[in-house]
Design a protein around this ligand. Structure first.
Ligand code: BGC
Length: 540
């Protein structure tokens, strides 16, 4: 089942950073949330065959790679981020031959394939955890089992809270407690145990041998816990994305693990890459994850979290670029993913939210480095805010006090064509109900409409390939030019970008010849009227 990646196939489709040392350095990577992308067998859940059938959409969109969220055997307590067998495909999504065929077809279209690996925790149904619960000698050492505190050990061993709400500890029938930074169905592994490291090296090899081009490492900052599992002290809610140093995130020991993974990745013909889903209190600490001997990329969630404020955006852009360039890595940019409210809605929703989302996409794609596009953002999909509680599957919602009870609303299956749900997502409904007014947002409805968000993304990605100044991290950081309040104006080689964050038209001297805009610009060649909440690309 090993795939030979013919260099020429991918080289021809790869973008302009290939020449300067690595396809990932300016790659646009499309996140496929597998259960919500395309359903080939009518069970209401997206699957690998569905992804494979829809790959031409991604090739036409113009992305370089696809990141597939977990499709491994799992009880689905957390959308597949609770893995029971790391080497097998869950029947919900197909089988190994579907994964194999998908990788093959993607490569034939010039698309690379990145898969998720979930090393911080397993499913409670993983054989190791079942053995641990069954009392098999030594099995508990692979996890964090501890006696409780207080009379009868009835209190959790420390004050850590789960990211999804409630204590980060659950008690077994025999009275011991085990640690789970996420849901109780996701027990945390003990990475001090050599068997854990050996097993994951073998899992990585399994998928690399199948031909995948890299891994997105889930909770890469969480694998190592501070010695002694100390209390935080003030009982604060743990958050996945925060600025507070925490005894279970961003411990120095994670870097040794990730370095050993880099050596493993480098032992394959490639380059095969590792992308850290990591959160660190500062950009400088985040940059440690992408040192030359560590992973290739880390998600830059500061950009995603940045408000619609030009000064804040400029600060995040400058600081992100400075931190990663200090270690020679490309920066990544991301606006949405399966864990956050879609950015159309974060930016205010409605027409204004959409205008800003389109502008933010052009800003992101004009910056040096690699960009991530979450399925459906190329259609301008908003968050679905009115899902009935009865259909929600996010464990954070069920646990009540999680920091984010809204992750189902960004996971609603995407519309492909037709005027009624499921909009050709499949022919058997969809696991989350789609809004009745999504027909006009479908891929088919937007194709060929020059004002559509889909055509804007297609045009932007085509230009990004054609204009070497765009994206390429080695072409240097943006040069900021003075601009009216509320406007960002920067140049890169042969190219300028304006962002008007004001909800009003703004006039300024024309920076060049407009080549693409998120809303129509008016220019007489000397002055330009920038539309409200818009981004424009200019050839110099
Ligand atoms: C994933 C989430 C998941 C969590 C636990 C995250 O970072 O993106 O979807 O719930 O890790 O695995």
């Amino acid at each position: 089942m090993t795939h030979e990646l013919t260099a020429s196939r991918l080289a021809s489709a790869s973008s302009n950073a290939t020449a300067s040392g690595g396809w990932w350095r300016d790659a646009v990577i499309y996140q496929v949330y597998v259960r919500s992308f395309a359903d080939s067998d009518g069970d209401g859940f997206g699957d690998l065959r569905g992804v494979r059938e829809r790959l031409p959409h991604l090739a036409r969109l113009g992305v370089d790679a696809v990141w597939l969220t977990p499709f491994y055997v799992s009880p689905q307590a957390d959308g597949g981020y609770d893995v029971a067998d790391y080497r097998a495909v869950d029947p919900l999504f197909g089988d190994l031959s579907d994964a194999d065929a998908l990788v093959d077809s993607a490569h034939a279209l010039g698309l690379r394939v990145i898969v998720d690996v979930v090393p911080n925790h397993t499913s409670e149904q993983h054989p190791w955890f079942r053995e641990a619960l069954a009392g098999v000698p030594g099995a508990r050492d692979l996890y964090h089992f501890r006696p409780g505190r207080g009379p009868g050990g009835a209190e959790p061993p420390n004050d850590w809270k789960s990211v999804f709400g409630g204590p980060a500890w659950s008690r077994t029938p025999d009275g011991e407690w085990y640690l789970h930074l996420f849901a109780p169905e996701q027990p945390d592994l003990n990475w001090e145990h050599p068997e854990v490291a050996e097993e994951f090296a073998s899992v990585l090899r399994f998928w690399l041998d199948l031909g995948i081009d890299g891994f997105r490492v889930d909770v890469a900052h969480g694998m190592v816990k501070a010695p002694g599992l100390p209390d935080i002290g003030h009982g604060a809610q743990a958050t996945l994305i925060g600025t507070e140093p925490l005894p279970f995130f961003d411990q120095d020991g994670v870097h040794e693990i990730l370095r050993s993974w880099r050596r493993l990745l480098d032992s394959y013909e490639g380059p095969r890459i590792g992308v850290a889903e990591a959160w660190a209190p500062t950009s400088e600490r985040l940059a440690l994850y992408v040192r030359p001997d560590e992973l290739h990329q880390a998600f830059n969630f500061r950009f995603l979290n940045c408000p619609w404020d030009p000064a804040a955006m400029r600060k995040v852009i400058d600081e992100s670029l400075a931190a990663t360039s200090s270690v020679g890595a490309p920066t990544t940019w991301v606006l949405s993913n399966h864990d956050v409210v879609r950015h159309v809605t974060r930016y205010g929703g409605g027409e204004r939210g959409l205008a800003r989302a389109r502008a933010a996409a052009l800003l992101m794609l004009a910056l040096p480095g690699s960009a991530y596009v979450y399925q459906g953002e190329e259609l301008g999909l908003p968050e679905v805010l009115d899902l009935p509680d009865s259909v929600r599957q996010d464990p954070a919602f069920a646990r009540g006090e999680g920091q984010d009870g809204l992750r189902d609303g960004c996971r609603v299956p995407i519309p492909w064509s037709g005027g009624e749900a499921p909009y050709d997502f499949g022919d058997g409904g969809s696991w989350l109900p789609q809004p009745a007014d999504w027909g006009g947002l479908s891929v088919a409805a937007q194709t060929g409409d020059p004002h559509s968000t889909l055509e804007l993304y297609r045009a932007a990605l085509e230009l990004r390939r054609a204009l070497p100044g765009l994206g390429a991290p080695d072409a240097g950081p943006p040069t900021w030019l003075s601009a009216p309040k509320d406007v960002l104006l920067f140049t890169r080689p042969g190219f300028a970008c304006t962002l008007n964050t004001r909800p009003a038209v703004l006039e300024l001297p024309s920076p060049g010849r407009p080549v693409l805009s998120s809303s129509p610009v008016e220019t007489d060649g000397r002055t330009v009227r920038l539309p409200p909440d818009s981004c424009t690309w200019w050839a110099l």
